[in-house]
Design a binder for this molecule. Sequence first.
Ligand SMILES: NC(=O)c1ccc[n+]([C@@H]2O[C@H](COP(=O)([O-])OP(=O)(O)OC[C@H]3O[C@@H](n4cnc5c(N)ncnc54)[C@H](O)[C@@H]3O)[C@@H](O)[C@H]2O)c1
Length: 278
Amino acid sequence: MFNDQTVVITGAGRGIGASAALQFARHGASVVVNDLDAGKAGETARTIHSQGGHAIAISGDVTASGFPEHLMQAAVDSFGKLNVVVNNAGYTWDAMAHRLTDEQWQAILDVHLSAPFRMIRAAAPHLRAAAAAELESGPSLSNRCIVNVSSTSGLHGNIGQANYAAGKMGIVGLTKTIAKEWGRLGIRCNAVAFGFIDTRLTRSQEVQEESIEIDGREVVLGIPQKVRSMLDKDIHLRIPLGRPATNDEAAAGIVLIASPLASYITGHVLEVTGGMGI
Ligand SMILES: NC(=O)c1ccc[n+]([C@@H]2O[C@H](COP(=O)([O-])OP(=O)(O)OC[C@H]3O[C@@H](n4cnc5c(N)ncnc54)[C@H](O)[C@@H]3O)[C@@H](O)[C@H]2O)c1
């Protein structure tokens, strides 16, 4: 499905992004694996190699100035072209709105909204020039698209996540705008909004003790055990499928909408939620 195509995926060292990277590779793509965590990015790339696939790891912070251009250039230098960009990297830094600091607000908007915009802008020369050249010689176009990762917190709002919800809704507007601006070149742009996926972002803070270092500051990941217990208690009422998704199930939503099977789908927000919120 992705033979002879290059996929760049951010935040692919673990969680949903790592699963997506492995699935893209299994379907024939050459994968550029980015993550802030160099060790984890290398692990994903090595797993792809061990399964006979093609991948390189490019570690770095998606919010760093100049990094998006570096990442897209590395993709083209290594594999000769660019087809799919998945803006997946991110984390949460929650607080009730009346206590949310400017630092929390800005950091979360930077990673979930500004970085994806800069990635798309950095991918533009590679995606748009190749599409325009192909259009000159005939109507049949290669698969080229952007997939942005959103969340039900963005679509519906979520207690304690004013910053994250704003970023994850903002990316929906960005997605629809790129779909309209780039559609005439046959370049698609879609979003995938996840609900409750079993990763370190949704596990109990007290049990897992996971954190991420942002600008020298440690941000604790996960949700308080008290909140997690409440979510688990009425899970059948909130989620028709009655359970969180696995990383593989979530990643399949990304791969599905990036695939040539979705060639006439653009500007869409695919909700991968087990039916939550319907
Ligand atoms: N887990 C869920 O229930 C859920 C729900 C909705 C949306 N999402 C979104 O899905 C995406 C993946 O999340 P996940 O649950 O797999 O989390 P995760 O923590 O398992 O994986 C996210 C990866 O992104 C990397 N990352 C974070 N900031 C980065 C940066 N600045 N530059 C480069 N890499 C960075 C991390 O190192 C990590 O490896 C995120 O955008 C998240 O907001 C997750």
